[in-house]
Design a protein around this ligand. Structure first.
Ligand code: SAM
Ligand code: SF4
Length: 330
């Protein structure tokens, strides 16, 4: 079945679902030290509510779902949700974005439940720096988690690295170098001006052009098309000479990639956001708790699709102050 198009003729086939706003890290550029004001428990969508929303989305032709957070693996019983979503007819790709620290314990159950792949966020390979950036995280646990994901068949493993000036910009070449020997697909991401409570989000921006120049100190980059398998996101991929893995670049700020945006975002409290960087939301939770079924929710999702702006307009306006990345899910 074909998927729904928005007002600018972009096919919308991808739903990102934030399953919790809670997190076991406090990354410097994502969260204030004490964390954010948490959504009250009763306002967080229950698993059966998320499943109904996914069914409604699938009825409109959306076929890809990614679970995110906060940290999705801190939510109890997450494999049960994976299991339920994996069974929804029409959903042919189910992935998850995680900080990786709980993967050693959970990768196998997640794979058994029907998860296909994981993206792991990893901003540094230096243990002390990792501890500082995440405000308390242990690098060794994340590296073990990446291996556990691979062993469980959650492949290809993509590594997301947000480059922040003064925090890890001096490590870009070291991180890219890992792709020479390992089958890692490292994607360098430009810092977005969200999470206004943090100075990093203001001052830490490094452009893809600069990041790429740092990678190129290792050798020339050859375009690698849409690699790794099944990439239809905003990353552009390259390979270093003789490398097993790839290096990708995601440029939400420097490059206008909105023209190929294919996604909607569901927040943990049940609001559907047509654009990451705009404040508009459609309230699905209120409708669900008023008794809406699949057809009514599908109508609301179609409304959110119609609301998608042509672009995030960051060049023209400040990003909305309301929610941080940990609340929207990235
Ligand atoms: N906790 C999980 C994780 O860290 O992968 C999932 C949620 S996290 C919000 C999703 C992604 O958003 C992570 O890769 C994180 O590095 C990224 N992120 C957070 N704040 C960001 C910002 N201001 N600009 C760009 N990416 C950001
Ligand atoms: Fe948590 Fe992910 Fe934000 Fe880090 S980036 S604080 S792991 S939600």
């Amino acid at each position: 079945m074909g998927c729904i198009n928005d007002a600018y003729n972009r096919p919308i086939n991808y739903l990102r679902v934030s399953v919790t706003d809670r997190c076991n890290f406090r990354c410097l550029y994502c969260m204030p030290p004490g964390g954010v004001q948490l959504i009250p428990h009763e306002d967080v969508l229950r698993y059966e509510e998320i499943e109904l929303i996914v069914r409604a989305a699938a009825s409109l032709g959306l076929s890809k779902v990614r679970l995110t957070g906060g940290e999705p693996l801190v939510r109890l019983g997450i494999a049960n949700l994976v299991h339920d979503i994996a069974k929804v007819p029409g959903i042919d790709d189910l992935a998850l974005t995680t900080n990786g620290v709980l993967l050693t314990a959970k990768a196998r159950d997640l794979a058994r439940a029907g998860l296909r792949r994981v993206n792991v966020s990893l901003d540094t390979l230096r243990p002390e720096r990792f501890y500082r950036v995440t405000r308390g995280g242990e690098l060794a646990k994340v590296l073990a988690g990446i291996e556990a994901a691979r062993a469980a068949g959650l492949t290809p493993v993509k590594i997301n690295t947000v480059v922040v000036r003064g925090l890890n910009d001096d490590e870009v070449a070291d991180i890219a170098r890992t792709t020479i020997e390992r089958d890692w697909h490292v994607r360098f991401i430009e810092l977005m001006p969200l999470g206004r409570s943090s100075d990093w989000a203001h001052d830490g921006y490094v452009s893809t052009e600069e990041i790429k120049a740092r990678v190129e100190t290792l050798g020339p980059l050859t375009p690698a098309g849409g690699a790794p398998p099944a990439g239809n996101g905003p990353a552009r991929y390259y390979r270093l000479p003789g490398a097993t893995g790839t290096v990708g670049f995601i440029s939400p700020v420097s490059e206008h990639f909105c023209f190929q945006c294919n996604r909607l975002r569901l927040t943990a409290d049940g609001k559907l956001r047509p654009c990451l960087l705009r404040a508009d939301e459609v309230d699905l939770r209120a409708a669900l708790r008023d008794g809406a079924g699949v057809a009514e929710v599908a109508e609301l999702i179609a409304r959110a699709v119609r609301l998608k702006p042509e672009g995030h307009g960051l060049a023209k306006h400040e990003p909305p102050a309301g929610r941080t990345m940990s609340q929207i899910g990235g």
